[in-house]
Design a protein around this ligand. Structure first.
Ligand SMILES: Nc1ncnc2c1ncn2[C@@H]1O[C@H](COP(=O)(O)OP(=O)(O)OP(=O)(O)O)[C@@H](O)[C@H]1O
Ligand SMILES: [Mg+2]
Length: 214
């Protein structure tokens, strides 16, 4: 079976609309786990119905029973950087444990990570996130991630991006990174002229954000 998978990055300044578009797109997926890095989703419970889980153990338990079902899970732990030792003896941070669980046990799923730059740096990506990215189409695991700071995203991830959404950008370093990523200076420069999105929208492509298919 040919599996589809995408690696999608959403970028823009704070309040620009990244998470709004990210949620709209993830809603289309039958099976999704979203890492709620800044614990914002509980407030959105009405417009974004999901199963809220806040410990890695609950996540393992839920998926032990429901791995083949459809679900939309929002995972919001108190401390995603806390180190824990899993049953198999491996010691990982909570965020890495989620990536490991997804990588080892799930297929045909969308993993959404809010504010990816909290977990990566230009020279580092967590091991199981790298594996998810490298496994590519074989796994059927799609990754959607938001970031305010594209230059923080390491090349191992940048090289695998299949789609980039960007809202208005002015910072030269951010624009330069986007130019390199999409390979088109003229199109990247147009990000300077986009309009600011105001809630509740509608949010319009080429007016509030641009989509680059890579
Ligand atoms: N459910 C909601 N109710 C009210 N306003 C909302 C809601 N969701 C988003 N907004 C508003 O829409 C705008 C865009 O929000 P969004 O969360 O998509 O931005 P963002 O780019 O993800 O920002 P950040 O980098 O701070 O996460 C903001 O002004 C925000 O306050
Ligand atoms: Mg956001």
């Amino acid at each position: 079976m040919i599996k589809t998978r995408e690696v999608i990055l959403y970028t823009g300044k704070t309040g620009s609309g990244k998470s709004t578009l990210f949620r709209e797109n993830i809603k289309k997926s039958d099976r999704a786990i979203i890492i709620d890095t800044l614990s914002e989703y509980e407030l959105l419970a009405a417009p974004f119905p999901a199963l809220f889980i806040d410990t890695i153990y609950q996540l393992y338990d839920y998926l032990a029973e429901n791995a083949h079902r459809n679900f939309r899970i929002v995972f919001a732990a108190d401390n995603l950087d806390e180190e824990i030792t899993l049953k198999d003896g491996e010691t990982l941070t909570v965020i890495e444990s989620v990536c490991k669980l997804v990588y080892e046990h799930l297929e045909q799923i969308t993993l959404g990570i809010e504010e990816l730059s909290y977990f990566v740096s230009p020279g580092f990506a967590p091991k199981y996130l790298r594996r998810i990215i490298r496994a590519g189409r074989h796994s059927g695991i799609s990754l959607h991630a938001t970031t305010q700071r594209p230059p923080e995203i390491p090349p191992v991830i940048r090289a695998q991006i299949t789609k980039l959404y960007s809202f208005r950008q002015h910072e030269p370093a951010d624009l330069q990174w986007i130019e390199r990523c999409v390979g088109n200076k003229t199109e990247a420069q147009k990000l300077r002229g986009l309009e600011r999105f105001t809630w509740p929208g509608p949010m319009v492509k080429d007016r509030h954000y641009k989509e680059f298919i890579l």
